[in-house]
Design a protein around this ligand. Structure first.
Ligand SMILES: *Cc1c(COP(=O)(O)O)cnc(C)c1O
Length: 393
């Protein structure tokens, strides 16, 4: 059977393979010199002072929250239209994840809603805007709200490597935030298998992230605290290290970092092809009566991680489930991004929370992510377009 056309897919070439093989033959297997190389390449690409590579995007969010000092009693606000990891990172630290509704046009956190929630909640320690599908949030507005309430801003840019803010600068430069996190899961913009990164311009946060990534053990020239054990005369003991806070083992391997550096070289190529494909979808459904592109602005600023179509399934007398099954029969695997966070049983322990975030919920009812990835051919895309058009007739 032919491999189905999925909503997302990685692209690996011979150069990627050679870079990993090179590490297997000659390199370190765990974190070695390839990791700082990858970190420097990402920092340079996005325009941040520091980058810290970690084992996945969820780990990046977790230690970013920890570095920001998020703890029990704090509230962390994110978007309901995201993958659960954007909220889980607060829960890991004993804080309370909270949501503010999205803007129905951008599908990103609505600054007005965020301001409303911050005004009635004194314990907001951090805000996690998610650049949904790669379209950057209104960061100047979010930053202003965060400053007013003394909250930290952590951008979840899992979808947005290579995207640009309205001012033309690159997502991840932390001009509007304390930290930005990325994911290198295979469906994301570039991949390391599993992998993640945090960027920051703040030296203190950078040091903290380095420690948190590796068990909380001292890094760089952290002042040593165990004076009784650290020294022989004026010298630091040859074997000595110390754990200064509770950290994790969230390190990336050199095998993955080598793949990441190789993938990053193709990012502009990936972005360009995604843009081309998105434009073809846009023109296919321009002024269509029942189908419309979900984000009004898929223009030149988005990284276009996802292409979401809004379909009023009830108006065409079907269900999304039946629609997706029909697509699957044609070899096309669509997906839904996202089930609103507050619909997950873990976040609805007291039952149904329907109605709390109507824009996210209305969007969810009609959302369908179509295949969009570098390796998608025009012929394959035409099949997707024809199949959708057939089904909505
Ligand atoms: C993928 C994703 C994550 C988590 O990344 P992993 O690398 O899979 O842990 C977090 N937030 C969003 C919005 C994502 O899409």
């Amino acid at each position: 059977m032919k491999t189905p056309i999925s909503y997302g897919r990685h692209f690996i070439d011979e150069e990627d393979i050679a870079s990993v093989v090179e590490v297997m033959r000659h390199g370190w297997l765990t974190q070695g010199p390839k990791v700082p190389e990858f970190e420097a390449a990402v920092a340079a690409r996005v325009g941040a002072r520091h980058a810290v590579a970690v084992s996945n995007g969820t780990a990046a969010l977790h230690i970013a929250c920890a570095a920001a000092g998020v703890s029990a009693g704090d509230t962390v606000i994110t978007s309901p239209n995201t993958f659960v990891a954007s909220a889980n990172c607060a829960a890991y630290l004993g804080a309370t994840p909270a949501l503010a509704d999205i803007d129905p046009e951008t599908l990103n956190l609505d600054p007005a809603e965020l301001a409303r929630h911050c005004a009635k909640n004194q314990s907001v320690r951090a805000i996690i805007p998610v650049h949904f599908a790669g379209l950057p949030c209104d960061m100047p507005a979010i930053q202003a709200i965060a400053r007013k309430h003394g909250a930290c801003v952590i951008e979840d840019a899992a979808h947005a490597l290579g995207a640009t803010y309205e001012d033309g600068s690159t997502v991840g430069n932390c001009r509007y935030s304390d930290m930005t996190t990325f994911s290198f899961h295979p469906v994301k913009m570039i991949t390391t298998g599993e992998g993640g990164m945090i960027t920051t311009n703040n030296d203190a946060l950078y040091r903290k992230l380095l420690r948190l990534r590796s068990h909380g053990i001292n890094k760089l020239d952290d002042p040593l605290q165990g004076k009784d054990h650290a020294f022989t005369g004026p010298e630091i003991n040859a074997w000595y290290y110390e754990m200064q806070e509770l950290g994790f083992n969230y390190r990336l391997t050199d095998l993955q970092a080598a793949l990441g550096t190789s993938q990053l070289r193709k990012l502009d190529l990936f972005l360009e092809r995604r843009r081309e494909l998105a434009n073809r979808y846009n023109s296919a459904w321009k002024d269509h009566p029942v189908v419309r592109p979900a984000q009004s602005d898929t223009g030149s600023r988005s990284a276009l991680h996802l292409y979401v179509l809004r379909i009023a399934f009830d108006r065409i007398g079907t269900t999304r489930h039946a629609f997706m099954k029909r697509l699957r029969e044609k070899g096309i695997v669509a997906q839904v991004h996202y089930i609103p966070v507050h619909f997950h049983p873990y976040y609805a322990p007291n039952g149904n929370r329907k109605g709390e975030f109507p824009h996210a919920e209305n969007y969810y009812e009609e959302a369908l992510s179509l295949p969009l990835y570098y390796g998608l051919s025009n012929d394959e895309q035409n099949l997707v377009i024809e199949s959708i058009n057939d089904l909505v007739k």
